[in-house]
Write a protein that binds this ligand. Sequence first.
Ligand code: FAD
Ligand code: SF4
Length: 504
Amino acid sequence: MQHILIFGDQLNLEVFGAFNPDNTQFLMLESTTRGRTYGFHKQKLALVYAAMRHFRLELEQSGFRVHYRSCEAFSDGLKAHFDEFPRLELGLMQPSDFGMDSSLSEIVSQLGGTLEIFANPLWLSTNTDFDAWAQGKKEWRMEFFYRQMRKKTGWLMDGQDPKGGAWNFDADNRQVPKPGHQFPPKLEFTPDAITLEALDWVEGMFKAHPGSLEGFNWAVTRDQALQALTHFLEHRLALFGPFEDALVEGEDQLYHSLLSPAINIGLLSAREVCIAALEFAAKPENNVPLQSIEGFTRQILGWREFMHHVYRRQMPALRLENQLNASRALPDFYWTGKTKMRCISSAVTQVLATGHTHHIQRLMVLGNFALLAGISPQAINDWFLTLYVDAFDWVVTPNVIGMSQYANAGGFTSKPYIAGGAYISRMSNHCKTCAFNPKLTTGVTACPFSSLYWDFIDRHAAMFKNNPRMGIPISNWNKRDPSERTAILERNREVLALLEQNLL
Ligand code: FAD
Ligand code: SF4
């Protein structure tokens, strides 16, 4: 009889249901120490624990014996298991988090057993796909890896050429919904007894953790995850592309899928999500423009796969990278939402309530502010890891350290993702109700993003002087009248002083 350990982010019925119940039993460890590691958001804990408890039942209903052990640390659960089944050879699907395989191997061998790791078939690309592509390349760019993956899968291809004559339609994806725009309905789940019990348990066990469980609405079963996928296809995929970058006050979903938690814990596979979207978009009656299906496919086949390989290849150094020597402490408002900057208070309030904000809030509001203000990349990385329901080290660390904070020596982005108030004002309606004015760079009501932006350009100009993508902002800064530059930098000193005093 073989025993296989299943982690809380590996809840995939297609993979584990394919084993034979006559010769396979499963082990699941519900560890409270693991839940406390980062002081995770309550909704993240409820998501994982509720999904694990449902998954156990689904396996049992498929005829498997599941040893479900509640424990403090993983090592306690493993000890209890090996006490009952000495000298076991334990199977484990390759874990995503760095070092997990070796640390578990060590624990298992101390308990007198062995750990056999098998490959994770849920990734769309193999290690060989990426390593062969990356071989000899000085710089890794997601766009080119994505093109290779398009060719490999044949998705959105006309022979060897990309469908529609271009690989990427991002230039068409910059629209902002008009005032009064009616967004599609949201899918609501009614929690069953197992979910309610998990919510109660999390509230009691992790009382001091951030976030609220009120309104918990994440898919925790395979069936709910499939409903979420169908709902996204039917109501949102068509406009996913055009409004992908928009920010709207009070709208947490817009046309995004909200599928990352279900994909990251294994309830849905990346492959089935892409195939379902491609098949839906291929039916003319569904009116899905190419820019939407291409944009959505790129997020998963491109960005998600690429980040996984960057993490695999660049850890453990990636986590500690800090090429801009940023060291400022994380301001309190990242934990409370209490700031006069409307775009930030709106995003933080939302993440505390739901454990989620969409990509542009992460990248161009929360991440952008941290980068411009010189906040320690490790501090903001830990914050993202703590507060998001879909946060797992393999996806947070490359997105934050690499993409958002430009901390890993140029890494895989050709320029930092930075913007002043004018960008946020163009892409959102936050500025209309903000205490600051995105058009101003000096004076007490000037948008902090704008003076921070120019200060960033000024202090890092030497580093970016040979970067063709930074040429325009640097030359715009240099063209400004010296007195104007001095006034902006002076305003920025005020902004930083207010930040230090938690008065921004
Ligand atoms: P959609 O906009 O509907 O996109 C579809 C899917 O594409 C997502 O569900 C996700 O699986 C995938 N995807 C899109 N972009 C990325 C990306 N850059 N990396 C990996 N997958 C991607 N994603 C996480 O899954 N967990 C995180 O903790 C996380 N932290 C992030 C932190 C920062 C600073 C940034 C810039 C991005 C982060 N992302 C993270 C990527 C992305 O923001 C989220 O995947 C996305 O917002 C999830 O919402 P959604 O499911 O509605 O996505
Ligand atoms: Fe954010 Fe500046 Fe706009 Fe206020 S004015 S919402 S701080 S971008």
